[in-house]
Design a protein around this ligand. Structure first.
Ligand code: ZN
Length: 210
């Protein structure tokens, strides 16, 4: 079963060792990634490949719609481990244009449990409805919602107590909001980076930019 995947795996492991004989032995001893990636589960948005990082270089949390909900124990556990134990220097919240989760949040169709999961995106859409309603093209409107969702999740991350405590003890930690394009494979920095608590009440969080 799945022999092609097992063959791929053997070939990959051989390539890694051919490039660096100690690669797996070194990783086995410890992981020390500098980055936490919070991204969408979408198969077209593979975290490590997009930013050219090897195993051991990126701590990854993915879910439908790249959400960072303050009541989600899974996300919170990843965040705390990344910040308190691994001491990552950067948290990257990475959304993507054409996100099915973002589209499903606002298309009015019933899908079951995932509707509950996507509720925070509906809240973002509701809060920004004047800006979004003014965009007549549906794709453009949903892509803007993808950006606004990333900005909201950055706000959630920087508001989190683990992040606040890290800053209080002068730990280096920057939180970034990016959006990835399926069309050309490029990420856009939404310029909502926060590296100190004083930077949180920036206009970009409070007001949608036009
Ligand atoms: Zn997505």
């Amino acid at each position: 079963m799945l022999d092609h995947l097992k063959a791929n795996n053997r070939a990959w492991a051989e390539r890694m060792v051919a490039r660096d004989a100690d690669f797996f032995r070194r990783l086995e001893r410890q992981q020390a990634p500098e980055y936490l990636w919070i991204g969408c589960s979408d198969s077209r948005v593979p975290a490590n490949e997009i930013v050219g990082l090897d195993p051991g270089e990126l701590f990854v949390h993915r879910n439908v719609g790249n959400l960072a909900p303050p009541q989600d124990a899974n996300y919170l556990s990843v965040l705390q481990f990344a910040v308190d134990v691994i001491k990552v220097k950067h948290v990257l919240v990475v959304g993507h244009y054409g996100c099915g989760g973002v589209g499903a949040a606002v298309d009015g169709k019933r899908r079951g449990l995932v509707d509950h999961w996507l509720h925070p995106i509906r809240e973002v859409a509701h809060e920004h409805s004047p800006e979004l309603d003014a965009i007549s093209d549906l794709t453009a409107r949903l892509n803007r919602l993808c950006e606004l969702n990333v900005i909201r999740q950055v706000k959630n991350v920087v508001s989190d107590v683990f992040v606040q405590e890290a800053w209080a003890r002068n730990q280096d930690l920057c939180v970034h909001g990016w959006v990835y394009s399926l069309t050309n494979g490029l990420v856009t920095d939404l310029n909502v980076t926060v590296s100190r608590p004083e930077e949180i009440p920036k206009a970009s969080f409070a007001q949608p930019h036009s």
